[in-house]
Write a protein that binds this ligand. Structure first.
Ligand SMILES: Nc1ncnc2c1ncn2[C@@H]1O[C@H](COP(=O)(O)OP(=O)(O)OP(=O)(O)O)[C@@H](O)[C@H]1O
Length: 442
């Protein structure tokens, strides 16, 4: 074969290679092979005779060998020069073997692959190329149809102290389009386990919907698989910091989906609000994930999200200000555009007070950018409802604000004349000169 290296000859010394490949990727070919002495049937992966291909397979062999887990493709044999290796022959990959959405199968794949990736992450290794093609099926043992394994570790990110010159440069895309985490296109060397969480979340989205994900476009299950939406949404947030961070969290969430799958969203929300009030651990985080995944559901926001007790709201804003600003903004928009149905008009003071608590907490914690993001929707909601008690509370708070906090809100207030008119109060006293100028003038 043209370009065959010395080591590939060694492969043929030990193995009889099939005439037709099982497939080929960007840096290697995979052959069916039989060990000449033992008769063992394997798959033999051999790198092309190019430096980058040889570097990649070497990395793959070295890293994959360190990862002993039933759901990681094992290395059975390799040459001393690291140019080829053998592994068990797979029945196929997940992309080809999916027969339709079977949530039991999906859950077992996510739990198994999640555990395997957790082992890699503990060693500082991030796979960076999880996709349905790289999840292979070995014939099952102990009654299971298949044993799913993570293959193709050639893109792995090593911990900084072990990083080598190969593969990754800033701005160089990697992974499989649609499955690769957005941050990989910025700097793949900084990939964290959350990059693999993203890819596995996209695998779940594809599996449930049957639609191949497009880069940068949200893909969430609906209808029959609505109960997976929260999970997929949490794993596939564009912003790394808002995403589920670890495989252990991902696996816990799969368990929650399985346990809760028959519970309607609003019933779950009621249970979680009760849980928060009773101090049950994890209830607040679960409610936040629920409202995050169901941003179109105004009832969820009015009747449950807005019911989070004040102390918990403040603590949440402190620990997760970005998401707090985002979701409070969604509530504020629902207050302006959503249907109030047959709720009492007075009840609006609950969501409005909740929004004020969030805004106050963001400002108080010096998260001025997030406060500024939320402020336009907050003021619009107050203006829309004209609740005088609420207006008084907001004015009181604004009156106490001092520099530099006032600077986050002044431009937002000043930008809308109708908002200025709504709050303007002749003789209003404020510590902030700039706010006094906007709202206090007669
Ligand atoms: N153990 C195996 N048994 C059977 N087929 C395999 C095995 N390993 C890989 N293949 C098949 O060989 C093909 C090439 O695999 P390989 O891992 O080289 O590349 P890839 O993942 O398709 O692409 P890339 O290298 O660009 O990431 C794939 O189609 C895969 O399904």
């Amino acid at each position: 074969m043209a370009g065959a290296s010395d080591s590939s000859i060694k492969a043929q010394e030990r193995y009889r290679l099939g005439a037709r490949t099982l497939g080929h990727g960007s840096y290697a070919q995979v052959f069916p092979a039989v060990h000449k002495k033992t008769g063992e049937e394997v798959a033999l992966k051999r790198a092309y005779n190019r430096q980058d291909a040889q570097d990649r397979i070497k990395r793959e062999i070295q890293d994959q060998k360190r990862l002993a887990h039933p759901n990681i493709m094992p290395i059975l044999d390799h040459d001393p020069g690291f140019t080829w290796y053998t592994m068990p022959r797979a029945v196929g990959n997940l992309k080809d073997l999916r027969q339709g959405p079977d949530e039991e199968e999906l859950a077992s794949i996510l739990l198994a692959i999640g555990e395997a990736l957790d082992v890699a992450h503990q060693l500082g290794l991030v796979h960076r190329d999880i996709s349905p093609q790289n999840i292979l099926a070995l014939s099952g043992d102990s009654g299971a149809r298949y044993r799913w394994v993570v293959a193709d570790w050639g893109m792995v990110r090593r911990p900084p102290e072990e990083a080598s010159r190969i593969l990754t440069r800033t701005g160089q895309g990697m992974g499989t389009p649609g499955y690769d985490a957005p941050e990989l296109s910025v700097d793949p060397r900084k990939a964290t386990p959350a990059a693999d969480v993203y890819s596995l979340g996209r695998v779940a989205a594809w599996y449930l919907t049957g639609t191949s994900p497009a880069s940068g476009v949200r893909l969430l299950p609906d209808g029959e698989f609505l109960h997976w939406r929260l999970f997929v949404n949490a794993c596939t947030r564009q912003e790394t910091s808002l995403r589920t961070q670890t495989m252990s969290e991902l696996r816990d969430m799969v368990q929650v989906v399985l346990n809760d799958r028959d519970e309607p969203v609003l019933t779950k929300a009621r249970r979680l609000v009760e849980g928060i009030t009773l101090g049950q651990e994890g209830s607040l985080e679960a409610l936040v994930r629920l409202v995050d995944a169901h941003q179109d559901d105004a009832s969820l926001y009015f009747d449950y999200f807005a019911q989070i007790p004040t102390g918990h709201t403040r603590a949440w804003c402190h620990s997760d200000p970005e998401r707090a600003a985002l979701l409070a903004g969604v509530l504020a928009k629902h207050l302006v555009a959503g249907s109030w149905d047959d709720r009492d008009r007075e009840y609006v003071s609950t969501p409005l007070a909740f929004l004020l608590t969030v805004l106050q907490a963001l400002v108080g914690n010096n998260n001025l950018g997030h406060a500024q993001d939320l402020a336009p929707d907050f003021f619009a909601a107050e203006l829309h409802w004209q609740d005088q008690d609420q207006r008084r509370r907001t004015l009181e708070w604004l009156g106490d604000l001092q520099a530099p906090f006032d600077r986050a809100l002044a431009p937002v207030l000043g930008a809308r004349q109708d908002v200025v008119e709504y709050y303007r109060e002749p003789g209003w006293r404020a510590r902030s000169v700039v706010l006094a100028t906007i709202l206090g003038a007669s």
